[in-house]
Design a binder for this molecule. Structure first.
Ligand code: A3P
Length: 299
């Protein structure tokens, strides 16, 4: 079966309610093993709502810790094998838990999209470092829409206005964006090992954000190395890099939209109608009225 046949033969999953959030089977079928995952104290959990910049921060962390292992690691292993997706269970791959258990590196870098209340408890018990990246709701919704269009492993987004409504209703996979970003923000008040980052800050000044990451991680990476990493993780470089651009994943149809799509702040302006924007702002005010968390929707 060639790539095109494979894509047309895949039937998209339907959402169902799981532990109070909207989910699809590939993130729940291995649930007992996910919940019983044994974290180690030096594990680093990269937590995000989907499409907030997970791959970008994963690659930055990967280079900060492991670029010294030589170029082969960077040119032969796709990022999703170096930074396993904990709750993932995808055809043809070991489960995220198996991949994480088998990681030979220390620290282990582990990715999750789980909302804070569903993170396996061993991460908190071991006082693991957590790097959380949040992205403003409007750009996040747009990016998620295009991702679901091109990824046949995701539910069908139908069209932009239907999908935007789904986002506002909290019916996208991994549940409401609002609860996700606020959940980790609240957790940070009592659990100090969370570094809360913003996609917009990363776009504005990646070098500064890499420096802040190093302080959080206790790394004394020299400035020249940090600059190399900042350059090596630029959107245009990652888009061309087969190990970070997801072009090796068969269920993603790059003819519909590339994984590395635009990487911008403010692309929502090309999607929201005036009416959608007004309705979204009103709804957003209600949903976010009890938090101190603030986002920038333009730079
Ligand atoms: P867009 O669809 O807006 O382009 P995730 O890795 O969480 O799935 O997030 C993917 C989003 O992050 C995509 O957003 C992608 O283009 C963007 N992204 C990934 N790497 C980036 C980088 N180096 N610089 C800017 N944006 C990046």
């Amino acid at each position: 079966m060639d790539g095109a046949d494979l894509l047309s033969s895949v039937s998209r999953p339907e959402y169902f309610d799981f532990e109070g959030i909207s989910m699809i089977p590939c993130f729940t079928l291995n649930w007992a093993n996910v919940q019983n995952f044994q974290a180690r104290p030096d594990d680093i959990l990269i937590a995000t709502y989907p499409k907030a910049g997970t791959t970008w921060v994963s690659y930055i962390l990967e280079l900060l810790y492991f670029s010294k292992m030589g170029p082969e690691r960077q040119t032969s292993l796709p990022i999703y094998l170096r930074v396993p997706f904990l709750e993932g269970l995808f055809p043809g791959l070991p489960t995220g838990v198996e991949l994480a258990d088998k990681l030979p590196t220390s620290p282990r870098l582990i990715k999750t999209h789980l909302p804070v209340q569903l993170v396996p408890k061993s991460f908190w018990e071991q006082n693991c470092r957590v790097v959380y990246v949040a992205r403003n709701a409007k750009d996040n919704a747009v990016s998620y829409f295009h991702f679901d269009r091109m990824n046949m492993g995701q539910p069908d987004p139908v069209d932009w206005s239907t999908d935007l409504q789904k986002f506002m209703d909290g019916r996208k996979v991994f549940g409401p964006w609002y609860d996700h970003v606020c959940g980790y923000w609240e957790k940070k008040q009592t659990y100090s090992n969370i570094h809360y980052m913003f996609f917009e800050d990363m776009v504005e000044d990646t070098g500064r954000e890499v420096e802040h990451l190093c302080s959080f991680l206790g790394l004394s990476t020299p400035i020249e190395e940090r600059e190399r990493i900042t350059k090596g993780t630029h959107f245009n470089t990652m888009k061309l890099n087969k190990m970070t651009n997801y072009s090796t994943v068969p269920v993603m149809d790059f003819k519909v939209s590339p994984f590395m799509r635009k990487g911008k702040v403010g692309d929502w302006k090309n999607h929201f109608t005036v009416a959608q924007n007004e309705q979204f702002d009103e709804h957003y005010k209600q949903k976010m009225k009890n938090t101190t968390l603030q986002f920038r929707t333009e730079l």
